[in-house]
Design a protein around this ligand. Structure first.
Ligand code: MN
Length: 426
């Protein structure tokens, strides 16, 4: 199903007056503090986040999966769902494919569909953490790090195949996340595992088209519970350096031990020109994949503060690949993604309000209290009227969740697809 501009404009009518009042109030206040409202709105509009192809159905846990009705059962339907989210939010202008879960068969058709909906193909993701049907070798004991050369070769070839698929669609980066590691002390030789991984990544890197980059994701534990080969940003950074200029570290918010200072990691990687991508989610305990901003919105703001600083001050760092990497059992997946997008835009807009120059002066004077006041002054600003205005200007919904419900999108998807469809993914 597709939403028309008229449907969205009709939905917006009832809220326009109250939106304009709150926007005028906020923009007057911000203008007094020398903020350029038009520039902020342009930046918000330009900030597009990729939706992963596996997040459009209900997520699963290792204990079970509760399906959500009307799930997309093909890649074409997944692109349609992203089209719905994008037309409401004007923020989801990209899809990130996971291979082999979403291996295209008709490239021309899906490219055309994505074009019509103004959706780009962002990073493609390989999968060597599961055995695929008819696979000759098993990844049970690792993929790119495996002690068995034939297994490593199969995993390398899979990544090269994924690059080929992405290249046909216009993607420009490959994301590699490995589950490789060990569950028991003594099971792995740490040095051999890392060396094998580095050699394998270098082989994959050789197959990258010249305008592509490789993003190396890290994670401290799970599914392995004793050691993970690419456990932290330092290991990923080391591997990216070993591969070359077009290999970068990818930070996934959920892939850290509790209380890790993620904003500092982001900052240092950008200084070194090695932050390539970012996966958004939120968590309480581990890699919980909860809705962005649902648990630690202040931490998200602090991360965005560093991202904005880096984007303004670190020309050595490339443009980042942004993606939501969250999915769970309880909410309508499309509503969940809309909430995540709103939280991302909110944290970004607040970070744009941080007065970097005054902060710098306060830092140089060791005025710790002012430093905190500056950050929290931006964080406490209710920027939602700015986000509403940015959406209105680009044809989106004033209130995407409300419009989604009033237009009965889920009901219509169920009518079209039936109740018991299942999306591919975890
Ligand atoms: Mn991730």
């Amino acid at each position: 199903m597709r939403l028309t501009k008229n449907q969205i404009t009709d939905q917006n009518k009832s809220g326009l007056d109250s939106h304009q009042d709150s926007f005028d109030f906020l923009s007057e206040k911000l203008a007094k503090n020398h903020h350029d409202i038009d520039q902020i709105l342009t930046k918000i509009n330009a900030f597009q986040v990729a939706i992963p192809s596996w997040a459009l159905g209900a997520g699963g846990t290792r204990f079970g999966r509760f399906s959500f009705f009307g799930e997309p059962s093909s890649i074409e339907q997944k692109i349609d769902d992203i089209g719905v989210i994008h037309s409401l939010t004007q923020t989801a202008g990209a899809i990130s494919l996971h291979i082999p879960w979403d291996k295209p068969s008709d490239y021309t058709a899906i490219k055309q569909k994505a074009d019509e909906l103004n959706i780009k193909f962002d990073a493609v993701n390989s999968n060597t953490f599961q055995d695929q049907k008819d696979a000759k070798k098993s990844y049970k004991y690792g993929s790119l790090s495996n002690v068995n050369q034939a297994v490593r070769e199969q995993a390398i070839q899979h990544n090269i195949d994924v690059i080929g698929i992405g290249d046909k669609l216009g993607s420009e980066s490959l994301t590699v996340w490995l589950a490789d590691g060990s569950c028991f002390p003594g099971q792995n030789n740490f040095q051999t595992a890392l060396q094998n991984t580095q050699d394998s990544l270098k082989e994959i890197y050789k197959s990258l088209p010249s305008d592509w980059s490789m993003l190396i994701e890290y994670k401290p534990y799970e599914p392995n519970f004793y050691s993970t080969v690419i456990q932290d940003w330092g290991t990923s950074f080391m591997l990216a350096n070993a591969c070359g200029d077009r290999a970068f570290t990818l930070v996934d918010l959920g892939h850290h031990l509790p209380n890790t200072n993620i904003e500092q990691i982001v900052s240092i990687l950008m200084l070194k020109g090695k932050l390539g991508g970012f996966h958004f989610n939120d968590s309480k305990f581990g890699d919980d994949d909860l809705t962005v901003g649902s648990i630690k919105p202040y931490a998200l703001f602090l991360i965005f503060n560093e991202l904005v600083y880096g984007m303004q001050n670190n020309p050595q760092n490339p443009d980042l690949a942004w993606m939501i990497d969250a999915s769970h059992n309880l909410k309508d997946p499309l509503e969940d993604l809309i909430q995540s997008l709103e939280a991302i835009q909110e944290a970004y807009a607040k970070a744009l309000l941080v007065d970097q120059q005054t902060l710098r002066t306060a830092q140089l004077e060791n005025d710790v209290v002012s430093c905190q006041e500056i950050l929290q002054g931006a964080y406490r600003t209710d920027v939602r009227p700015l986000l509403e205005k940015a959406r209105l200007l680009s044809g989106g919904a004033l209130n995407p969740i409300e419009a989604y419900r009033k237009l009965d999108v889920r009901g219509k998807l169920i009518d079209e697809r039936g109740k018991n469809t299942t999306a591919t993914g975890l």
